[in-house]
Design a protein around this ligand. Structure first.
Ligand SMILES: Cc1cc2nc3c(=O)[nH]c(=O)nc-3n(C[C@H](O)[C@H](O)[C@H](O)COP(=O)(O)OP(=O)(O)OC[C@H]3O[C@@H](n4cnc5c(N)ncnc54)[C@H](O)[C@@H]3O)c2cc1C
Length: 813
């Protein structure tokens, strides 16, 4: 076999993901694509998958991706002539306790929000649907009739045939051995059969994706873990169209297969495979059966389906699968190499994801831009710390162990912590800080008052921090608080052409005089919001840019990728050089004035400005902004001096009762003010017009910017979705996001954020109201609203603007 010397796109890996990506590249984009597989198609993880296909995830976009898979699998045989084994059996999820039941009620609501019909059914109904099941311990079950099962190898072969039919080349028994690179780009893919020059590479190498990425200098943080299931002999009375079962309280899953059962599970003590390189020679291989380790699932499964006790085990499958530190897969363009894309790390739902993941990945490869909001799976959610194999291993095993545990709101991971701490860590601990972690940083979520244990106690209702966070919230509204936000991501763009670069990248006008701040969105070509950040002009040719902790790699990558070629500017990440203290509250000016000789009056230092001021002998960058809706400053402090400045503020603030405040109060404060959060309220799916941020777009200026063309076509058109605020009076309700919005009894959207506003004394939610015929003010005002919360309706009030202090008087005083 000889390989072509050139291809537009090289896909590495002939598992379900590679085949689906090649299929979509060929079918949808008529791309010149070649897929290279080191063994035979399916010989990695795909051939031994159990084949359950579930669709519902907590992200609307990922649910859409999974729904797409199902639609594709249903119709693929008609196109390719090869069956996929798709059976729409439906899926039952079993609840044996009230917390799980609440989780399912919320899940059913999420399903409704995303346009899927999930029902809650009684134990008696479960028994009718699955007569062999013991339902004695059930509270109930959720029933998603459109879920099902499929044959992993058959789907993959069918996709491969489809890819070939649309012109893709697929070559087996050829291994990619390296890359020829120049200036961070791949020029050629080196293989055991020669080199292929190409424009783009898609790394779909499954558990080998880490080492394939490594050959191009990119990090794919996944960990192979052993995953086992059994296949039994025929079981009398088992219907061939029996629904699949997930029994999370017993950590097991079931699927019918030729009259017997497939049964596997997610144990709390998973067994990782190698942290080194995965051997190349691993085609169609499994690990030895490990009945000792599997026994925990067997015992639970027999209690659920007693017939299993007597059923013979035909085969045990113990195969490796790649898992990731947060349980989500890894998609998108690698931050370290502009023309390598990744589709890997599928956490045992690669069959369910395969069709849809290939569809969006192909589009991403061709456009260079994700076709929808794929943030939760975007490879740019990781950072340098994810190169630490031990950290990735520890966190991945924790995530695997939690696969079937109850998902309490606000739950934090425990492994691999603390990883990055601000210099205030010990000081904040002495104040009772209870930390959470974000991209490795320990951040205070709340402060436990004396007599309260400094620890989260999770529950489905109000959690133990609810009261203390309310006090923190009130303190910021009434006095003054200080937030340690040192984990903010910080960059500097400098050079003669820095302003030209930002003019193009930013939707808002940043070409303001030195000393001014601009809040801006960065848009994609569809006008969708790719980032939301603050730009401070600190010199004619220098800009200080601040964005959220978790967006460090993403926003850096977006900016650097969109600096027009040939401009004279340099862009650096300076996150660790600066600590950040946000001093917020009506007494903030009094505290600041006491620690600096600089004039911090409103006249000398108005809102939206940045000044260098001295505090405790240190020059501090003070940004007059707020995310809480109070008078305040973000103080950016050289990291070594953070402790001294904090101490000075705490001392000077004593007469005003200053105290540290955590991130949960921040969330409640920002909800009341209607400040948007990127990744939930505003995403690449939403334009500034839809998000109510049209005021932050420089359409009146004659400057071209990324996304402008789309916004110009949208300007003046009636919007079909608009981000609106809601309050719910019932104090017993707990909003967590994704609750369905009903207008006159009909679903029109769902919440993107939900929480409690302590000043209002009400639950607050934000979400897009949708109507294909237009969401005008009249349409909005003429409706009566309810929210569906955990499957029950509750009356809600719609709000057009911020619910608290709409006049902004306090902030701009
Ligand atoms: C026991 C078990 C049960 C599972 N059950 C389910 C389930 O019920 N439902 C579900 O949705 N998912 C399930 N999964 C997960 C599913 O199998 C995987 O997510 C999916 O197969 C991953 O597909 P992939 O294409 O990413 O990887 P793979 O199938 O591993 O494909 C990667 C391919 O890349 C090739 N490759 C690697 N390096 C190179 C190189 N250098 N050059 C050329 N080729 C290379 C490999 O040979 C391999 O064929 C299960 C997994 C296991 C282990």
């Amino acid at each position: 076999m000889t390989l072509p010397t050139h291809a537009q796109i090289v896909v590495i890996g002939g598992g379900i993901i590679g085949c689906s990506t090649a299929y979509h590249l060929a079918r949808d984009h008529k791309a010149d694509v070649i897929l290279l597989e080191q063994g035979s198609l399916t010989s990695g993880s795909t051939w031994h998958a159990a084949g359950l296909v579930g669709q519902l995830r907590s992200s609307a976009s990922i649910t859409r991706v999974l729904k797409y898979s199902v639609d594709l699998y249903k119709g693929l045989e008609a196109e390719t002539g090869l069956a996929t084994g798709w059976k729409m059996t439906g899926c039952l999820r079993l609840a044996t306790n009230q917390d799980r039941w609440t989780e399912f009620k919320r899940l059913a609501t999420t399903a409704g929000s995303f346009g899927m019909d999930m029902h809650l059914v009684s134990p008696e109904e479960v028994k009718r649907m699955w007569p062999l099941m013991n339902v004695d311990d059930l509270v109930g079950a959720s029933w998603l009739p459109t879920d099902g099962q499929a044959s992993p190898s058959d789907i993959t072969q069918s996709l491969a045939r489809g890819a070939r039919m649309h012109g893709a080349k697929i070559v087996e028994n050829v291994r990619v051995t390296g890359f020829e690179m120049k200036d961070g780009r791949i020029l050629k893919v080196k293989t055991t059969l020669g080199d292929i020059a190409c424009e783009k590479v898609v790394n779909c190498a499954g558990q080998w994706a880490r080492q394939v990425g490594d050959m191009a200098g990119i990090n794919v943080p996944l960990q192979p873990v052993k995953h086992q299931y059994i296949i039994t002999e025929k079981i009398d009375g088992l219907s061939t169209d029996a629904p699949t079962i997930r029994d999370p309280d017993r950590r097991t899953y079931f699927k019918e297969e030729v009259g017997g059962l497939v049964m596997g599970g997610y144990e709390p003590n998973p067994q990782p495979w190698t942290t080194g390189d995965v051997p190349n020679e691993w085609a169609f291989r499994l690990f030895d059966d490990d009945f000792d380790h599997f026994e925990q699932h067997m015992m639970q499964a027999i209690e659920r389906i007693p017939a299993l006790e007597k059923a013979g085990v035909k085969q045990m499958i113990n195969g490796p699968e790649s898992f990731t530190p947060d349980g989500n897969f890894i998609l998108g363009v690698a931050p370290e190499c502009k023309n390598m894309f990744v589709g890997a790390g599928f956490n045992a739902f690669g069959i369910a994801s395969g069709g849809g993941a290939g569809w969006v990945l192909a589009q991403w490869v061709v456009d260079g831009e994700a076709p929808l909001d794929l943030w939760v799976v975007d490879i740019r959610r990781f950072a340098g710390m994810h190169r630490d194999r031990q950290w990735v291993l520890d966190r991945t095993l924790e995530a695997y162990g939690k696969h079937y545990t109850i998902g309490f709101p606000h739950e934090e991971y425990e492994s691999g912590r603390p990883r990055l701490v601000s210099p205030l860590y010990e000081r904040l601990k002495r104040h009772g800080a209870v930390f959470g972690s974000k991209l490795g940083w320990e951040r205070p979520n709340w402060f436990a008052p004396a007599g309260t244990e400094a620890k989260d106690v999770y529950s489905m209702g109000r959690q133990n921090w609810f009261g203390p966070v309310g006090e923190e919230h009130a303190h910021v509204r009434e006095a003054v608080g200080v937030f340690d936000q040192s984990s903010f991501s910080k960059y500097e763009l400098s050079g003669a052409d820095a302003i030209k670069a930002l003019d193009w990248i930013c939707a808002n006008d940043v070409s303001k005089p030195v000393g001014r701040l601009t809040y801006t969105q960065l848009l994609n070509t569809r006008g969708g919001i790719e980032a939301d950040l603050t730009v401070a002009r600190i010199a004619d040719d220098r800009f200080y840019i601040v964005t959220g902790t978790g967006f460090r790699t993403h926003d850096f990558g977006w900016i650097i990728d969109h600096i027009p070629a040939g401009l004279d500017c340099s862009f650096v990440d300076i996150t660790e050089d600066w600590g950040t203290l946000s001093l917020m509250g009506p007494k903030a000016r009094a505290v600041l004035a006491a620690v600096t000789t600089a004039d911090v009056s409103n006249e000398a230092f108005p809102f939206g400005h940045v000044r260098e001021i001295a505090i405790a002998g240190t020059t501090v960058r003070a940004l007059r902004v707020t995310y809480v809706g109070e008078l305040g400053w973000e103080l950016h402090i050289p990291i070594a001096a953070l402790g001294e400045v904090f101490d000075a503020l705490m001392e000077a603030g004593k007469p005003h009762d200053i105290r540290p405040i955590g991130y949960r109060a921040l969330e409640s404060l920002r909800l009341e003010k209607g400040y948007r959060a990127w990744g939930s309220d505003i995403t690449p799916n939403d334009t500034p017009f839809e998000a109510g941020l049209g005021w932050a777009v420089k359409l009146r200026k004659n400057t071209d910017f990324l996304g402008r063309r789309t916004l110009e076509t949208l300007q003046g058109q009636t919007l079909t979705k608009r981000l609106m605020g809601f309050t719910v009076d019932d104090p017993e309700i707990v909003l967590v996001g994704r609750e369905t919005i009903l207008r006159n009894g009909e679903p029109v959207g769902y919440l993107t954020s939900g929480g409690f506003g302590y000043t209002l004394g009400k639950n607050i939610g934000f979400g897009y109201v949708r109507n294909p015929a237009g969401v005008t003010d009249d349409y909005l005002k003429s409706g009566t609203y309810e929210l569906v919360v955990a499957a029950e309706k509750t009356p809600a009030t719609l709000h057009f603007g911020p619910m608290f202090d709409p006049a902004m008087d306090k902030i701009k005083a």
